[in-house]
Design a protein around this ligand. Structure first.
Ligand code: MN
Length: 202
């Protein structure tokens, strides 16, 4: 079955004032839809067309050579954005809890240090990409990826992730990516992050 853009679990304006309604509308309805349409077009007629998107992204090198680039970019975009909508919530913000909070303290010292490291990863990503807190199989790490590359392709599990493409913030924050990254913490869905962390630990 072809990929589809998932509905948001909240209204387009629900993340205001941190993420504005106009950005959410164009980001979800236009940008994500374009990734889905192009991913479907690239996979159509291949044995991979009905596979879960993350399974495809874990096996990019097995795809036909002429499909690998389009699928990496567009299936990657589909996976990353589907993750992104769920890792934000109007009930988000605050701090992680439970096992995830303990793991963050153990790895980074405290939550503020994780915030600083993730912000630096987002600021340091030249051009377009993402900043992530991942579980790499042995523990937590902060990484960034270019374009629509995803940690999933490297066998890692995203715990939280923030889109630093200009389309994610430019309408409200213009060139001030650091301000967007600061505001983003107010909408992070730590309950969902905790689910990702529990799943990653197997
Ligand atoms: Mn985006």
């Amino acid at each position: 079955m072809a990929y589809e853009v998932p509905d948001l679990a909240y209204d387009y304006n629900a993340l205001e004032p941190h993420i504005d309604e106009a950005t959410m509308r164009v980001h979800h309805d236009k940008h994500h839809q374009a990734y889905v349409d192009k991913a479907n077009a690239a996979l159509e007629g291949t044995e991979w067309a009905d596979k879960p998107v993350n399974e495809v992204l874990q096996n990019l090198s097995s795809l036909p050579a002429d499909k690998q680039g389009p699928v990496r970019n567009n299936a990657g975009g589909h996976s990353n954005h589907s993750f992104f909508w769920e890792i934000m919530s109007p009930d988000g913000g605050g701090e992680p809890e439970g096992d995830l909070a303990s793991a963050i303290s153990g790895k980074f010292g405290d939550f503020a240090s994780l915030q600083e490291e993730l912000k630096n990863a987002g600021i340091g990503r030249f051009g377009s990409g993402w900043a992530w807190l991942i579980h790499d199989g042995s523990g937590l790490a902060v990484v960034s990826t270019a374009n629509q590359d995803t940690p999933v392709s490297d066998g890692n599990s995203p715990i939280i992730g923030v889109d630093v493409w200009e389309h994610a913030y430019y309408l409200k924050y213009q060139n001030k990516r650091p301000d967007y990254l600061d505001a983003w913490w107010n909408v992070v869905n730590w309950a969902k992050a905790g689910e990702h962390f529990a799943a990653a630990q197997g």
